[in-house]
Design a protein around this ligand. Sequence first.
Ligand code: 9WN
Length: 441
Amino acid sequence: MTADAHALLHDRAAAVLHGNDAGGFTRASPHLYPHQWSWDSAFIAIGWAHLDVGRAMTELEGLFSAQWATGMVPHIVFRAGPDKPYFPGPEWWDCGTAPAAASLPFKTTGICQPPVHALSLLRIWQLTPQARQPEIRERIKALYPRLVHWHRYLATQRDPEKTGLVTTYHPWEGTDNSPRWDRALERIKVADPGPYTRLDVTEIGDASQRPTDWDYDRFLWLVELLRKYRYDDARIYREYPFLIKDVFFSAILVAANAALLSLADVVGADDADREQLADWLDRGRAGLARRFQADWGLCVDYDVRTGEDIRLRTFAGFAPLFARTADPGQQAIQLRLLDSEDFCGNPRFRWRLQPSTSPAEPAFESHNYWRGPVWPIINWLLWQSLRQLGYADRAEDVRRDSLGQIAIGDFAEYFEPFTGEPLGSPQQSWTAAVTLDFSAP
Ligand code: 9WN
């Protein structure tokens, strides 16, 4: 891509963020996702940091103003007005019944998403021009304890067994219809969420790109159970049917703890925080190491309820790379697998990028959401990891191919791996945001 093409793409991406800026928060996308989403916001803030670091901080500060008393950062903060409908909206979640969500400035959902926020904060700091450092340093300092509180929630309430692995409660905690959740969802025999009308399929206009009604019945049924337990983590852990140790989520927490430690000097963190973060970091690394299956080359999630391994070839299995593992053996195995036919090296792929699910998996569907398509944010995470681990050339390929892919279409949410066809929502904010980071000089 020429320098002019880069500059043009940068300007188009900036226009998407400005277009989705709702004043203090950025819609995840203009129509399909009109509110503030948790991990979207973290990526979006990285995009804003290329345009205005103050605006980047505002994005994260707004999100964390809706942090629950437990430390949980909710997956959606409902900030759009009634003219922007979304299903399931705040009435479905009814989080007012949760003591931990009392007195928040906004209504929210009662689940969370991968903690990319610390990675975002670190990137914002790296991009802060010297003249603005005093102001931004103060703002980072003010937010830092909230991030520690967030990580504490994940390391304790979401890991009462102290395995170093985060337990997810819901497919909406990141990768909705990934086949990783299929077996656990199949075990839910009765899913009767009552009548509802989906808005997503109407908005996208092609149901084959979205989760099925069977999935939605179960997604909504799980919300009903969480609501019944008033989002109480201890009760959820005792009674709820969907508890999965998610290696991807856990890997992001490892990278995020490392990012908070990198910022410790910037904010003058005290020794207790530093020790705590280092402890979570070690525990997370050890937890992932135990889930690595060398014969398979991937890390494997497991179902807390049944104890079963979830052995599927998806992007999540590259948890050691996402966690930036120092283990040379794991790095070598994962890099080989990454470029094999089962992943980026598939000769039929349009771009050498990481698909959400391997085409070798029976569950693979090239058009369907997290069951095959390529997601730019996941490849951004891969790019960052490869860079940090010293694989500069491979990282550069991911950057170049990502930009090539994104340049076609209107900042799509995800892409068909064989054709590169843009899919899902157009003008997706986080796609625009990572474009700004990928295309920075
Ligand atoms: C439900 C906003 C979100 C992302 C998720 C992605 C998708 C929502 C949906 O969109 O989920 O939260 O309606 O499908 O799976 O990762 O945060 O972009």
